[in-house]
Design a protein. Structure first.
Length: 151
C-alpha cells in the first residue's frame, strides 16, 4: 500500500506544470567610443537613442532561449559619443505546459526576468566607460504582448 502512494505521488509530480530558469547570461557586448579622447571635452549636452529588440528560439525539447538586445547611441552635437550593443539572454525550461502558454511566457515572463539583468549590466558598463549614466525605463512586456496579440 505504501508503494502505491509513492507511485501516485511520482505520477502527480510527473504531470505537474513546471517552469525552470536554466541560465541567465550576457550573450553579446559591443562598445565603441569612436571619437575618444576628444569627445570627452564636450560632454555638456548629449542625446541618447535607445532601441530594444526581443527574440528567441527553441534549443531542445522543452528548452528555449530568450534574448533582449539593447542598442544605445549617444550623440554630442551630432558626433558619436558612444555606441553600446548588449544582448542579455536566458535559457528556460517548460515542462507539461501547452504551446499557447509557452508562447505567452516567452513573450512576457522570460523577458521580464531577463530585463533587470540587462539594466544592471548597462549601468555597470556606462560607469566603467566613465560615461554619464541614465535611467533605462521599465518595459511592460505584458502590455506589449497584449497590444501585439490584439493587432
Amino acid at each position: 500500500m505504501k508503494n502505491d502512494n509513492y507511485n501516485n505521488t511520482q505520477n502527480q509530480q510527473g504531470n505537474m506544470q513546471r517552469f525552470n530558469i536554466q541560465r541567465i547570461y550576457l550573450k553579446d557586448l559591443s562598445i565603441e567610443i569612436p571619437n575618444a579622447p576628444d569627445i570627452f571635452l564636450d560632454m555638456d549636452k548629449y542625446k541618447v537613442d535607445v532601441n530594444i529588440k526581443v527574440g528567441g528560439k527553441k534549443i531542445a525539447d522543452n528548452i528555449f532561449e530568450s534574448d533582449i538586445t539593447l542598442t544605445v547611441n549617444a550623440l554630442i552635437l551630432e558626433k558619436i559619443l558612444y555606441i553600446i550593443e548588449i544582448t542579455q539572454s536566458g535559457i528556460f525550461e517548460f515542462i507539461n505546459i501547452d504551446k499557447p502558454t509557452i508562447d505567452k511566457m516567452l513573450s512576457v515572463t522570460c523577458y521580464t526576468i531577463i530585463y533587470p539583468y540587462l539594466r544592471t549590466n548597462l549601468a555597470d558598463i556606462l560607469s566603467r566607460m566613465s560615461m554619464p549614466t541614465f535611467h533605462l525605463e521599465e518595459v511592460n512586456f505584458q502590455a506589449l504582448y497584449e497590444q501585439y496579440t490584439n493587432d
